[in-house]
Design a protein around this ligand. Structure first.
Ligand SMILES: C[S@@+](CC[C@H](N)C(=O)[O-])C[C@H]1O[C@@H](n2cnc3c(N)ncnc32)[C@H](O)[C@@H]1O
Length: 233
């Protein structure tokens, strides 16, 4: 995988208790490093076992700041800090209607479903069939009636659940797909890695104000796989 040194695959040896301990420690370090301030996002990260979403050959590294390859053509589970970084930037909260483009492992979708709660909804779209089936299998172990996984090109958004007040792209684009801007409600927020493939990208926070004006700012440098499909790069 470009830009990262991924440890060689090996079967997992760590116990459930070790993972639990590492997860709680990870929360402490995310807070110390300033990535995690929201109590509700903290609660979700403490609760959801990230290791269950990571292919078994990489599972022992679940709480290291590394992305890992997933079944599929170009899919990864992102680094642990990226989830609070994205979700805090869009102020993900109970009751939100979130659209996620790039389900990957399903970990981010489950975290979000936990945060938005039963008054909210998470629609997560994955373009790669093999990755989609992998995510579906992981997510099926949980009971989140507010989470909907869709196999499709997320660049087109998902009209049946629109408008969204939060949209999160987990793949880099060089143009924000217009259907996503259309499906973002006024006062809503969209976050996306934005830039050239195989280079660091800007993490862009886009806000649609109450008059429909679009404001964009770069909040961080990131390195993500590229968006595929109609609006891909
Ligand atoms: C960095 S990974 C997602 C990580 C994921 N959020 C997680 O928690 O594991 C990016 C994903 O976006 C998917 N993707 C790329 N282009 C897409 C598109 N147009 N529509 C939907 N998914 C797309 C890739 O197949 C890949 O699985």
């Amino acid at each position: 995988m470009f830009g990262w040194i991924i440890p060689p695959p090996k079967p997992s040896e760590k116990s459930k208790e070790t993972f639990e301990h590492e997860r709680q420690q990870k929360v402490t370090s995310l807070k110390e490093e300033g990535f995690l301030n929201s109590k509700i996002i903290e609660k979700a990260i403490r609760k959801i076992p990230r290791e269950e979403f990571i292919p078994v050959d990489y599972r022992d590294h679940s709480y290291e700041e590394l992305p890992f390859p997933l079944p599929g053509r170009n899919s990864t589970i992102s680094c642990p800090h990226s989830y609070p970084m994205f979700y805090e930037a869009i102020s993900l909260s109970p009751g939100d209607n979130l659209l996620e483009i790039g389900t990957g492992s399903g970990y981010g979708a489950i975290l979000a479903a936990e945060v938005v709660g039963l008054l909210g909804k998470v629609t997560s779209i994955e373009i790669d069939r093999e990755t989609f089936l992998y995510a579906k299998e992981q997510v099926s172990r949980y009971d989140y009636p507010n989470l909907f996984l869709i196999e499709a090109d997320g660049g087109n958004g998902y009209l049946p659940h629109a408008p969204y007040n939060k949209i999160c792209l987990t793949a880099a684009c060089s143009k924000i797909p217009p259907p996503l801007i259309d499906q973002l409600q006024r006062g809503g927020k969209l976050i996306t890695p934005y830039g050239i493939p195989r280079n660091t990208q800007d993490l862009i926070l886009l806000e649609k104000d109450t008059r429909g004006n679009i404001l964009m700012k770069s909040i961080e440098k990131v390195l993500y796989v590229s968006l595929q499909g109609k609006y891909g790069i």
